[in-house]
Design a protein around this ligand. Structure first.
Ligand code: GTP
Length: 423
């Protein structure tokens, strides 16, 4: 049987004239599209306070009903998370299926989750969202069939049969499994910290081009050679990346850093989801430098920057030095590459401006490098090999007492081999 095409009306409340309201409605449309829902209409209301029972005013509920019937829609999507009773009241009065922004995002995340950790994180967030809404969901399912939302899938339906206690037990079991995966990742992270390589994290609004920048860097500077490290997934869709990938980058002069790519942001990222993804997002909070990737071809790019900055604040990431990478400039009609203080204008897909980006990273994360000369006795050949691998060697001479290196190295290597330094 052909699946029923979902036709939705978007509903938004602009509370106290929010500057980003219009964009958040546009974004809701994109989220709906990502769930293969066709948007057929939109209704908005300016309010100072939301209506407790129906979220929108009673007159607007009537207007919405008229619009819904007139446009032959079969779904209503609210731009904010609704309370369980608001969902119930709206569905009862409008006699149709009502969902909110949260469930839409959870649905996309469910589709995109590839690793076990991401799948568990999404499932925990879904169950936590579902818990207080069990009664409403059951009623709504009794009335409607098919459509968007986890609770309409096969596995979702069986989940609905579980009572509150069993759901709670399930959440705690999933959290336990998650904890052990998180523990493994934290151990890996500690191990990486021991190597003391600086960590550079790509952050930004979903679809800005973070994965493309990572792949461009890997191509040019992968520590394992041009094809050594696995490319990350890049695609023109919202939330293509839900997991954190870490790759090591080694520049020509042997300076190395770790580059991480993580989940993209969107406005009003559901609270349960942020909580569930906290461990993934932790990677960002421990970075030495952030590269905030911006889709410069989007006319609303300033709003997207604000959304990303707000989300970073929400997850407790403040005070990390940041470089702005204004990406997709090939579509924006500006001259590239161009560098302005802590920003670079580039196009990662056609690989324009990558060197300029790397130079900015270099000047930010490799501040504690020391230029010096060392004289290393011939019986300490392993020190020479180590420095050849980890430092930038400017000149090598073989003298009677040993190998004389003129080099630039990390401060800790300078301290470690201080006895060989020629003042
Ligand atoms: N024209 C153009 N397209 C680009 C550029 N950089 C990235 N893209 C395209 O933009 C889309 C999204 O790129 P990704 O690298 O997957 O974006 P992302 O920020 O990792 O996305 P999420 O995983 O959703 O957070 C892909 O189709 C890329 O090919 C660019 O410089 N120019």
């Amino acid at each position: 049987m052909e699946p029923i095409q979902q036709k939705a009306i978007l509903v938004g409340v602009n509370l106290n004239n929010q500057p980003d309201f219009e964009y958040s409605m546009e974004e809701l449309g994109n989220l709906a599209e990502a769930c293969e829902v066709e948007v057929v209409g939109q209704l908005t209301q300016n309010m100072e306070r939301v209506n407790k029972s129906h979220y929108i005013g009673t007159g607007k509920v009537e207007e919405l009903g008229g619009l819904f019937r007139g446009l032959e829609a079969n779904l209503i999507i609210f731009n904010d998370e609704l309370s369980p009773s608001q969902l119930r009241n709206l569905e009862a009065d409008l006699e149709c299926k009502v969902i909110d922004r949260t469930i839409l995002i959870l649905d996309i995340f469910e589709k995109r989750a590839k690793t076990r950790e991401a799948q568990l994180q999404v499932e925990v967030a879904q169950l936590q969202y579902m818990l207080p809404r069990l009664v409403g969901l059951r009623e709504s399912l009794g009335r409607q069939g098919g459509g968007v939302g986890m609770h309409n899938r096969g596995s979702g339906e069986t989940r609905l049969e579980l009572d509150r206690r069993r759901i709670e037990e399930k959440i705690s079991a999933l959290n336990k499994e998650l904890e052990s995966l998180v523990f493994q990742r934290q151990t890996q992270r500690k191990q990486r910290k021991k190597n003391e390589l600086p960590v550079v994290s790509l952050v930004g609004y979903t679809n800005a081009g973070k994965s493309t920048i990572m792949n461009a860097m890997l191509e040019a500077y992968s520590a394992a050679g041009p094809t050594g490290e696995k490319a990350v997934f890049e695609k023109d869709m919202l939330f293509a990346t839900l997991e954190t990938s870490v790759r090591s980058i080694q520049l020509e002069d042997h300076k190395s850093f770790l580059l991480t790519d993580t989940v993209g942001f969107v406005s009003k990222l559901p609270h349960h989801l942020v909580k569930a993804f906290r461990s993934t997002l932790e990677e960002v909070s421990e970075a030495d430098l952030l590269i905030h990737v911006v889709d410069y071809s989007n006319p609303k790019y300033e709003q997207l920057i604000r959304i990303t900055e707000d989300t970073l604040k929400d997850i407790g990431v403040t005070d990390i030095p940041t470089i702005f990478a204004y990406n997709k400039c090939d579509l924006a009609g500006v001259d590239i590459p161009e560098v302005k203080e802590k920003s670079v204008y580039l196009a990662a897909k056609p690989r324009i401006g990558m060197t300029e980006l790397v130079d900015l990273i270099r000047s930010s994360v490799f501040k504690d490098y020391v230029t010096c000369e060392m004289l290393i006795p011939y019986d300490r050949g392993q020190v020479v090999s180590y420095l050849n691998e980890h430092a930038s060697i400017h000149a090598t001479e073989y003298e009677n007492e040993g190998t004389r290196l003129s080099l630039e190295c990390r401060l800790q290597d300078f301290e470690k081999y201080r006895e060989y330094v020629i003042e």
